[in-house]
Each structure stands twice: as C-alpha cells, then as structure tokens.
Design a protein around this ligand. Structure first.
Ligand SMILES: *Cc1c(COP(=O)(O)O)cnc(C)c1O
Length: 429
C-alpha cells in the first residue's frame, strides 16, 4: 500500500511508514494512492464470511503484501475480540449498529487495538512514545489497546474537567506504560499541543513520537471493516432498500472509513454527517465557507471538535472518486434536540446516549420510504451515566468493566496549556 501526504504530494510512503509516522511533512495526513474497487464476485464472497476472516481479507487487499495475510488475521483476531451484536431495531426502517461492546465501551476500541497490534509488530526494538489528545473516548481506547505493550509508552492529553467522570476513570487509572495529563484548555488546544510536539524535530527524534489519534491510517483501515459487517447484518427484507448510514462526527474518522467502504464497492447509498453545535462542517456544506468557531462544550463531548482533522481526507476522497459533495447528508443537532431525541428513543424502547442520539435525530428526519437507515452507536450509554440518567430520569445498567475501574484512584498529571512545559515533561519522563 502506498500513501501520499495531502500537504505535499511528493511525499510517498508505504503502510508501515505511514503507521509509524502518523503525520507527514507539514503535519499532512496520509491518503492512499490506490483506491481499489472490489468486483461483485469478491464482494459477495466477502459478505458471506465471518467478521474476523472478512476483515483480515479486506485489510490484506488494502495493505497488500507488506504484511502477510496470516499476520493480519492474527492481529484482527486479537483486536476485534469482542462482539458486534445484531442490529438493534429502533423503528421499522431504522436500526442501530452498536460498536461499543469492547473493553472501553466505544467504537474506538476497533481502531486503537488494531493499531497497537500493527505498531508492536513493526516496532521490534526501538522505544516509541504515543502522544495523543482525546476529547474522551480516544484516550481510553488507546490506553487500553497499548497497556503493557513492550517498548511503547503512551502519553494522553485531555481537557481538564471537560470529560465525564467515567471516561476519566476508564483511562487515567491504568499506570505502568500509560501516562495521562489533564490540560487547562479545550480539546482543540490539546490537539494543537500534539501538533506542535510533532513539529519539534528534536523532541520527535529523542522520544520516537507517534500519534494514535484518528489520523493514523491503521485506525482508519480497521474501521472500514465494521461497515461491511453492518451490511452483512441487514435483515433480508431490508436489503433491497437503499442503505443510508448516519454517523455522529467529531474528527470525521468514522465517516472517512465509511466512505472508504463505499469506495471499495459496498452498496451504501449515502451518508449523513451529523454533528452537535460544533458545526464547522455543516456550515461549510451549506455556505462553502470554512469558518471554525470556538469549540463549545456539549453533552456529546467526544464530538466537541471545531477543526476536524479528517475532513481533508473526506474532501480528497470525493475529489478522487468524482463524487458530488452536495450529495453528502449533513446537519447539526442542538443540546435541546439531543435531549428530546434521547427521550424519544427511550419511548421507542431503546436506551441510547447523546452521540448516537444526534445521528438518529438527523436520520429520522431525512430518511425516505424506500430507504433503510442505520445509525452508529459509538459509545455505551453507561459512559455518559450522569447525563443519560438525568435526562431519562431512570437508572441505567453499568457494565462490570466500568464499575471495577471506578473504584481505582486517578493517576493523572496536570499541566498548563503551554508547549514548553509539555516538552519538559516528555523529555524528563
Ligand atoms: C470519537 C467519537 C465520535 C466521533 O468520531 P470521529 O471518528 O472522530 O468522527 C463520536 N461518538 C463517540 C462516542 C466518540 O467517542
């Protein structure tokens, strides 16, 4: 697999390099040079396979002979070691694809765990520092994915006081090779610190920096796999209808992966890019103006991002495929609507959480009779316990894995929003 840097198309790397580098020159993201299209036969065969076999096959087609298929199979088996349950029917023509049954109860487990497997495979003897910013869920997924993996240390920055109690407990209680830092600032500001660190050649070299946020191409590729699984789970009766998938977007990694699945030939009619009040993309699609505002804190905090990293990949893919960006569904959902949508879902018999509710809200508004709609369940409601219980006025079930972590003390460090301080910290550690 070859990939080029979106900011400097002369920089071409292979998959292993892209995974290790994370970002290219000028902080450019990598994008595949080839966009294979699977023929009908192959698609049909793939859709009949089980999740693990199918996923390693798809990844092997994309990555090529750089990593043997038997290795990919092993990595996939290790990383996708938790179920994707049958689609949860919410209404006659709308179901939820629940991606939150992994160790940290969010879809990010898929990408983070696959990336950990790939990195530890590529990285035999060197020391690597994973530096990543999180608005809540990435941190947990990355921390758990890399926990106790040899020669890799993980540093996670998160906006102090802007993530939920359970989110914090989930990844700030691990210790060992996992260090967490609460920063006085927003998620975007944490992300800027990470970018600055990557720009610092000295720091990059000494610490063997690597980022594990959704810009890493290994995470993106892993996420393509569950769109195929989603398709294979659609009940026969609904298969004839057009498939429309609504995605709660933050950094737009999930949407990029979905679009890549479509570009491979998976029959998805269209996507809806759903955001909360941090609506840079919906405003851009409406007006053609890219005008990020200050990030606002919402109850769907994993989507509190006003400068989404992966958007540039979405645009590139539309360009390369000659697709019309006007056909991409979009919308933003206010706090008030998110709240009432959670109640609406409850009345339909489905306990959800704010992120998925945003995706459902827009899907429910836009879906047509001849269509079947899926929205992505990106996190377990328990991760947003206080919010959900407050809104629904009822207790919700908390999975055991979370209850165990809740009893452990927080091990986080605290730092001001200051790059020099961060650099000192990283070099000292
Ligand atoms: C990360 C996250 C999102 C946003 O996903 P992107 O791929 O960054 O767009 C949505 N919902 C939840 C629960 C998340 O953790």
């Amino acid at each position: 697999m070859k990939l080029y840097n979106l900011k400097d198309k002369n920089e071409i790397v292979n998959f292993s390099q892209a995974v290790k580098l994370g970002l290219g020159k000028k902080q450019g993201l990598f994008f595949p040079t080839e966009l294979p299209i699977l023929n009908k036969e192959t698609l049909k065969k793939l859709l009949k396979m089980d999740f693990i076999n199918r996923s390693s096959k798809i990844l092997s087609i994309l990555i090529g002979d750089e990593i043997k298929e038997e290795f990919l199979f092993k990595f996939v088996k290790k990383s996708f070691s938790f179920p994707i349950p049958k689609l949860k029917k919410v209404k006659k023509n709308i179901s939820c694809l629940e991606l939150f049954h992994g160790p940290t109860l969010a879809f990010k487990d898929f990408g983070a765990r696959f990336m950990a497997q790939i990195l530890s495979h590529l990285n035999k003897n060197e020391i690597t520092t994973i530096l990543t910013a999180t608005s809540g869920d990435t941190g947990a997924a990355v921390a758990h994915a890399f926990y106790k993996i040899k020669n890799i240390r993980v540093i996670i920055l998160y906006p102090k006081g802007k993530i939920s109690k359970y989110q914090e407990k989930l990844f700030c209680t691990l210790g060992k090779n996992i260090t967490t830092i609460a920063i006085d600032g927003t998620f975007d500001e944490c992300q800027s610190l990470v970018k600055e660190a990557f720009n610092d050649c000295e720091l990059r070299k000494i610490t063997g920096l690597n980022s594990a946020n959704s810009i890493n191409v290994s995470r993106l590729l892993a996420q393509i796999c569950y769109f195929f699984e989603a398709y294979s789970l659609i009940p026969e009766k609904q298969k004839k209808k057009e498939l429309i998938i609504s995605i709660p977007c933050g950094n737009f990694g999930n949407l990029t992966a979905g679009l890549l699945a479509k570009s491979l030939g998976l029959k998805i009619k269209s996507f809806i890019a759903a955001t909360n009040s941090n609506d840079t993309v919906p405003r851009f699609l409406k007006t053609g103006l890219w005008n990020p505002k200050n990030t606002i804190s919402t109850i769907s905090n994993a989507m509190d991002i006003s400068q989404p990293n992966n958007w540039i990949r979405v645009e590139e893919l539309f360009k390369r495929k000659n697709w019309n960006l006007k056909k991409l569904g979009f919308g933003s959902v206010s706090e008030k609507e998110t709240t009432s949508t959670l109640k609406e879902l409850r009345n339909l018999g489905y306990v959800s959480e704010p992120h998925a509710a945003i995706a459902f809200n827009l899907l429910n508004k836009k879906i047509k009779k001849k269509q079947f709609g899926l929205f992505l369940g990106t996190a377990h409601p328990a991760k947003f316990k206080e919010t959900v219980e407050n809104i629904l006025q009822e207790k919700i079930n908390i999975p055991k894995s979370l209850l165990i972590r809740d009893k452990l003390p927080l091990l986080s460090n605290k730092l001001k929003l200051n790059f020099k301080k961060l650099k000192e910290f990283l070099l000292k550690k």
